[in-house]
Design a protein. Sequence first.
Length: 167
Amino acid sequence: MENTGKNEKIITGVYMYSNNLKRLRNEKELTQQFVAEEVLGCRRTTYNNWERGVVMIPIKIADSLSIFYKVSLSCILGINKTIEFKKDINKMNYSTLLNNLKKLKDDNKNSYSEIGKEIKCTGTSCQRYLTGKITIPMDRLIMLAKMYDIDIDELCGKVDNINLIKN
């Protein structure tokens, strides 16, 4: 489905996480103030913007929430609508993420320009994301996972996957 503007962001998952963040917080009977200050070390207004889907949640914050709530990154991001609590959650390894993306790019013989078109950015921006020069925005990371048809937790090294590179 081709789409543009605000609706595109909803389709790619940028705002989908807001429902799960609020649900998880309410299930644990926590306040936004507590999660913001005690868990994430940020202001409540900043957290409130993430929870309401007004501002895109940074990848490191999403990972911290995944660990805190003991749920997958897919759950935090709203990709997986079902909340399934896990015993142990691995911390995301950004180097593993970059290595996995390099392997997928090389295995599929994709150019940065081709990937850029898929994730709606320039080839130069894509190269900067995939080489670690700038952090991959969450919406682009979700698009990359969809492009390569891989679970975002596997892509980020949060779960074991024998098909991808491990650090």
